[in-house]
Ligand binder design. Structure first.
Ligand code: NIG
Ligand code: FE
Length: 417
């Protein structure tokens, strides 16, 4: 067995096994071991269980890592980010502090199109160099899987450029990166009065090229009154499905136009935002097995008061994930732990539900259940150690980085000594 580790002396080991149902009691969700061990064989986890039951053969052939009575759990999964971008929108932030809304700023010519101009004129190398420190900080906090969307290119060449940047980042980082094509983020300025041409470009040029080059795993659409309507979304999703891409959607963020229902009907893995979702939509998500990915950081940062209804979703049995939405406009944070605390204090989730939302349920929303977000045999060796005796403490000491150990894909990034 090469490059394997035996991790022991943890105060708690959280296993978070995948489950078809959506249990809420802490014990059923987290599967906590008090005196356990985790064993890896390089890239994968091979054994998890009570320390007294570690098989003799594995005990002798692996390097020991002492968790120093910290909490050991799966590396966190940030399943919704726009972290490849150029420039900043700090002027818009100042305007918003004086009461101008996000929508008003977009109407005045600000918003996504400002970042789009900056991304179009940035070189591929510049985009890699600005995204890498963001990814490194995320890794240092314990995020070992990151979904990253395009969507600031808004023409074929620039969307492909963004996705190539994600590919380069995967080669440079031990994190597991999941590329999503979001050409349908907004209609670019030059086609504002010919939007059908832009939808046609997405369907006839962008999607086939991206699929042929294997540059994206998912296709996302910002389905909203101010972005793409239901018919446009359906056409884009049909083509994406034909090409074998998974589907995810920005749905019901600012208004309810039936986006989550469409996503459920088309078998999307995840419907994201959902501030304006209603009870019937929730039942559609439940029946389709679509994960609800909530982004309370955007609600907070936009100064809105309508929080996504996590409780209604969970009570209906919909798996709930929480993600940063890291982007330069509505939520420039990289702090997933802080988002998990918002899940508790603003969305009414229990600490255990919040933990599941940034691990096992986020993994399911990325179609990676059992591969990331859980400490089980066969999963990637993405393991973190928190400098605390019980897991709730990372939610309680909010916004503080309490992660002292990170192993990503078998690579030890840091470990307490
Ligand atoms: O998820 N909703 C659309 N996209 C982002 C915002 C992107 C931006 O403002 O640059 C979001 O909130
Ligand atoms: Fe987003």
């Amino acid at each position: 067995m090469s490059n394997g580790f035996l991790i022991e002396n943890a105060s708690q080991i959280l296993q978070l096994p995948p489950s078809g149902a959506c249990p809420s009691p802490e014990a059923e969700l987290l599967h906590i071991l008090d005196d356990g061990a985790v064993i890896t064989n390089g890239h994968e986890i091979v054994w998890v269980g009570p320390r007294s039951e570690v098989p003799q053969t594995l005990r002798e052939s692996t390097t020991r890592l002492d968790a120093k009575r910290g909490v050991v759990m799966p590396g966190w999964v940030d399943s919704h980010t726009h972290l490849v971008f150029a420039g900043s929108r700090v002027e818009e932030f100042s305007l918003r502090c004086s009461g101008v809304t996000y929508e008003e700023i977009a109407k005045r010519g600000g918003g996504i199109v400002v970042t789009s101009r900056a991304v179009r004129s940035a070189s591929e190398e510049e985009l890699v160099l600005t995204a890498l420190p963001r990814l490194r900080r995320m890794l240092d906090s314990g995020i070992t899987t990151v979904e990253i969307k395009s969507g600031y290119g808004l023409d074929t060449a620039s969307e492909l450029k963004m996705l190539r940047v994600v590919r380069t980042l995967s080669e440079l980082s031990p994190q597991n990166l999941v590329p999503t094509f979001l050409g349908a983020h907004t209609v670019p300025v030059e086609l504002r009065h010919k939007r059908s041409l832009y939808v046609a470009e997405i369907i006839n040029e962008m999607l086939p090229e991206i699929s042929a080059l294997g540059l994206a795993e998912f296709c996302d659409v910002f389905c909203e009154k101010t972005a793409f309507d239901i018919q446009e979304t359906e056409l884009i999703f049909q083509k994406a499905s034909e090409l074998g891409l998974g589907l995810r959607i920005h749905a019901e963020q600012l208004s309810n136009i039936g986006a989550s229902r469409l996503a459920a009907a088309m078998g999307a893995c995840s419907a994201d935002h959902l501030e304006q979702i209603n009870e019937e939509d929730i039942l559609c998500l439940k029946r389709a097995g679509t994960v609800a990915t909530l982004l309370p950081g955007a609600t907070l940062f936009l100064g809105q008061n309508t929080w996504p209804p996590a409780r209604s979703l969970l009570n209906a049995g919909v798996p709930v994930a929480l993600a940063t939405d890291c982007n330069p406009g509505s939520c420039p944070t990289e702090n997933l732990a802080l988002i998990a605390t918002l899940g508790c204090v603003r969305l009414g989730m229990s600490p255990a539900e919040s933990v599941a939302a940034i691990t096992v349920h986020a993994a399911r929303g990325l179609n990676r259940q059992g591969k990331v977000g859980s400490l089980i045999p066969g999963a990637r060796a993405d393991i973190i150690c928190l400098d605390m005796h019980r897991y709730e403490n990372f939610l309680y000491y909010f916004g503080v980085n309490g992660t002292c150990g990170v192993i990503a894909g078998g690579t030890v990034v840091k470990w307490p000594s």
